[in-house]
Design a protein around this ligand. Structure first.
Ligand code: ADP
Ligand code: MG
Length: 655
């Protein structure tokens, strides 16, 4: 007896529904996408009980012809795709012709639709995928679909649903992503009779950004420096590094106006924040990428939330360069603000709840005035330990590779390569003479007034009168430098600042500055530590330690990074060994970590005494070097209390 037979179309729809329709939010997503594809300018989503019992989506799009309406609910019925070639260049959000059939198979549906300029519309009623009513109807132009009792005929699926409030939150996510990707469409979300989210549809991306991220995050957002190369364009908003989040829930990525999850874009974004953000914290973004349709395959995921890029490296570079350039143009100094006390009501709400109840967006704030690109571009990581992502081969005609990398960000922005390369001294990245101490004796921990240990951009030359950017008033707790400038007070963490200066100095040089020791220092390690150092001995050497095994678990150190006090060498090596034992990071990242450790050990300690001259020197260099805005772990170096905020605190001004 034959045991193989074709599934009934109803059963096939139910199976397809399992992939596409997971919860009310997936229904909302498919129907909102249909409305967008229909050219709507207004889309309203209304839900009750998290969308489980009632979900209505109304649009003012092109509508569906009476004869097409029943067809739309058949499996593989679509108006968006005809030939195999169409599949290689999908410009609509939908294309499989599955969604309406799948949703209809697990719910009760009413469809009301009328094409533009046509007299009569159509009403259809469906129960579990079967059309039970079809009639002419008077209705506005566009399409309204009401989904009732989702999963009424598949009780097993109901069990997987979460509380109504959580399901409503997922629907909110869908509407927010749609609003971000289509600022030209006015979106409204109504939950249990109350409007909880709305955008104006005025085309200004800032409006949905404000609605989605809220006031506090929007205030610390930077508009991405527009970037375009090879048909790939990047734009959007990212947050300043000093306001990170504990998770990635506020990272939103879009490709060709489709919300997607992308490991490549996420990695590129986070790489741009490397050494700027506290470890274990994450930036927020609404990051948009557009590229020619043939360079991306959107047909790789049932819910179309993942895509495949033909050229992942190119995508990574575009996102990385755009974000990196944006961050480099910002001073990243957090401002102290008087926080409005939360009302008792707000206090009890979770963040998501607060967003759900957020007021409609206010007009976009004026974009912040941008500083011009600093003339001396911050150096890229040294080739010794990080391969540049930016392919510099095209420009390599006798100009030092490091100089090319240094000029790369500006070149990427379309500025003249020649200009930047001729303005960078050929030896820019080579260690400077002052990095190598003349006397062979080890120097003590670098004194902070030593010009060798920082960027030194603000250090005046002998014949130029030097006006400090800020006047140091003193220090608090032997830890925080207090300075004033025209705009207000600056608080500088002296250890973090000094650590960053040394770190930058170390990783900017092609060869790390090393000091020969008069007599070798012997570092005794535990067996496991010694094993790790032995295994990674080339990395340890690349970090500036000239070491050889010396007896059982000991190493003789003949030379060490210049900034390190010889007394700190054994301890630093032990820490490096521990790091090597536990770290699973790739070699390039590990070397960064080793340099962190050296910088941290060599930097002036919080709590130690410093002279006013030393404090002024740190302050000058912090303010003169845009790269010294946070310590290598991402903690801020400088915090600003503006004159205005001070005046507000003392009630000298009215708000
Ligand atoms: P797909 O979007 O993949 O084409 P769907 O099952 O979601 O498949 O929709 C089937 C068809 O129904 C669409 O191709 C479109 O022609 C029509 N349709 C669905 N929703 C709308 C809408 N809101 N406005 C106009 N046409 C719609
Ligand atoms: Mg669709």
């Amino acid at each position: 007896m034959a045991v193989i037979h074709e599934l009934s179309s109803h059963l096939a729809d139910l199976i397809a529904a399992g992939e596409v329709v997971e919860r009310p939010a997936s229904v909302a997503k498919e129907l909102v996408e249909n409305a967008i594809d229909a050219g709507a300018t207004r889309i309203t989503v209304e839900i009750e009980n998290g969308g489980v019992t009632y979900l209505r989506i109304a649009d003012d799009g092109c509508g569906i012809a009476p004869e097409d309406a029943p067809v739309a609910f058949r499996r593989h019925a679509t108006s968006k795709l005809r030939t195999e070639e169409d599949l290689a260049a999908i410009g609509t959000l939908g294309f499989r012709g599955e969604a309406l059939a799948a949703i209809a198979s697990v719910s009760r549906i009413d469809l009301l639709t009328k094409q533009r300029g046509v007299l009569a519309g159509t009403h259809l009623h469906l129960e579990a995928g079967q059309i039970t009513e079809q009639e002419e109807a008077g209705c506005p132009e566009g399409t309204t679909i009401v989904i009732r009792d989702l999963f009424f005929n598949t009780p097993a699926r109901m069990k997987f649903l979460k509380k109504d409030f959580t399901e409503a939150g997922y629907v909110m996510g869908v509407v927010q992503h749609a609003a971000l990707s289509h600022p030209e469409i006015a979106f409204t979300l109504i939950r249990d009779g109350k409007q909880v989210f709305a955008t104006a549809g005025n085309g200004n991306l800032m409006t949905p950004v404000f609605g989605v991220f809220g006031r506090e995050l929007t205030e610390v957002m930077l508009e991405i420096e527009p970037f375009e190369r090879g048909g790939v364009r990047v734009w959007g908003y990212i947050t300043k590094p000093h306001s990170p989040r504990p998770n990635r829930s506020m990272q939103h990525f879009f490709v060709n106006n489709r919300y997607i999850k992308s490991k490549v874009m996420q990695a590129a974004l986070e790489e741009a924040y490397r050494n700027k953000i506290i470890t274990g914290k994450y930036p927020c973004c609404a990051l948009f990428l557009s590229l020619p349709l043939h360079m991306v395959d959107v047909n790789v995921h049932p819910a179309k939330t993942e895509v495949k890029f033909a050229q992942e490296k190119q995508i990574f570079e575009a996102v990385y360069i755009a974000c990196k350039n944006t961050l480099e143009m910002d001073d990243n100094i957090p401002e102290i603000r008087e926080k409005p006390a939360p009302t008792a009501k707000e206090d009890n709400l979770t963040e998501n709840q607060q967003r759900m109840t957020a007021a409609p967006p206010v007009p976009a704030p004026e974009p912040a005035v941008r500083q011009p690109v600093p003339a001396a571009l911050p150096a890229r990581p040294a080739a010794a330990y990080r391969q540049p992502y930016i392919d510099a081969d095209d420009f390599d005609d006798g100009v030092p590779a490091a100089a090319i990398r240094q000029a790369m960000p500006a070149i990427e922005r379309g500025e003249s390569a020649l200009h930047h390369l001729t303005h960078i001294p050929p030896q820019a990245a080579a260690p400077e003479a002052e990095d190598v101490p003349e006397a062979p004796a080890p120097v003590p921990a670098a004194p902070i007034a030593n010009p060798a240990d920082g960027g030194g951009a603000a250090v005046a030359s002998a014949d130029e009168p030097f006006a400090p950017a800020a006047r140091v008033l003193g220090e608090a707790f032997h830890t925080y430098i207090i300075a004033e400038d025209a705009d207000g007070l600056l608080l500088i963490d002296k250890h973090a600042a000094h650590e960053r200066m040394i770190f930058n100095r170390l990783r900017q040089t092609e060869q790390l500055p090393v000091q020969q020791l008069l007599a070798p220092v012997v570092a005794e390690l535990h067996a496991a530590q010694a094993g790790a150092v032995q295994e990674h001995i080339e990395e340890v050497r690349a970090a500036g330690f000239d070491i050889e095994p010396f007896g059982a678990d000991s190493f003789a150190v003949r030379a060490a990074p210049s900034y390190l006090d010889s007394a700190d060498i054994p301890g630093t090596l032990a820490e490096i060994a521990e790091k090597l034992l536990t770290s699973r990071a790739p070699v390039t990242d590990r070397l960064d970590d080793l340099i962190h450790m050296v910088a941290c050990k060599a930097a002036i300690k919080a709590g130690s005494h410093s002279s006013m001259a030393e404090l002024q020197s740190v302050c000058d260099r912090v303010l003169g070097d845009p790269e010294v805005t946070c310590c290598p772990h991402g903690r801020p170096v400088t915090v600003r209390l503006t004159r205005y905020e001070l005046d507000k605190l003392f009630k000298r001004v009215n708000q």
